[in-house]
Design a protein around this ligand. Structure first.
Ligand SMILES: CC(C)(COP(=O)(O)OP(=O)(O)OC[C@H]1O[C@@H](n2cnc3c(N)ncnc32)[C@H](O)[C@@H]1OP(=O)(O)O)[C@@H](O)C(=O)NCCC(=O)NCCS
Length: 160
């Protein structure tokens, strides 16, 4: 089940984010305060109601007037990976994007993050530049590859 984050979920999602990104110095709670427009979702399992995954996004108008969704983060508990939870969260954001009339989805990942690269490719997103110091809040600083999808890509991804 995917639901919006509530205040009382924050400690569990923080712990999960630390498991997913052990080298990231900026903890989600700080990020969440720093990005007041962001919306955070989490997935919990039906079996024992544990929080198994989380994601966040923000929607904003670009200077050209187009609505943009930026996918901020995505993480799944190590023992729950490979079961489609990451893809379900990824698609949920795209569903929200389609409902909000988003024109462009922008995401990023490390170029060596195989599951994420597979996800972007599977749903038809186009690779953009690799930015050398993209994950500057991590130690060591890591590169990030941008991925883009227009409205047509978003709609097509929802029917894959
Ligand atoms: C990236 C992540 C969210 C994927 O979550 P997940 O629940 O395992 O994803 P899914 O089960 O939906 O699998 C997504 C794709 O990755 C593939 N995959 C899953 N685990 C994999 C692995 N260990 N190695 C290679 N591919 C893998 C799946 O086969 C699937 O590809 P397909 O659609 O072509 O079959 C998860 O691995 C994670 O939390 N990683 C650490 C945090 C992170 O890197 N977040 C992304 C930040 S941009």
């Amino acid at each position: 089940m995917i639901r919006p984050l509530r205040r009382d979920h924050i400690p569990s999602v923080e712990a999960l984010a630390l498991e997913c990104h052990p080298t990231r110095q900026m903890r989600p709670a700080i990020w969440w305060v720093a990005h007041p427009t962001a919306v955070h979702l989490f997935a919990d399992s039906y079996v024992n109601a544990e929080i198994t995954g989380y994601t966040s996004y923000t929607v904003y108008p670009s200077p050209t007037g187009r609505q943009v969704m930026y996918g901020m983060d995505l993480g799944v508990a190590a023992d729950a990976r490979g079961r489609g939870i990451g893809s379900a969260l990824f698609l949920y954001r795209l569903l929200v994007a389609s409902q909000l009339g988003v024109d462009l989805f922008i995401g990023a990942t490390r170029p060596d993050n195989e599951p994420m690269v597979k996800m972007f490719r599977r749903y038809g997103f186009s690779p953009g530049s690799v930015i050398e110091h993209y994950y500057c809040e991590e130690t060591p600083v890591r590169p990030g590859q941008l991925y883009f999808g227009d409205r047509e890509t978003i709609m097509r991804a929802l029917h894959v």
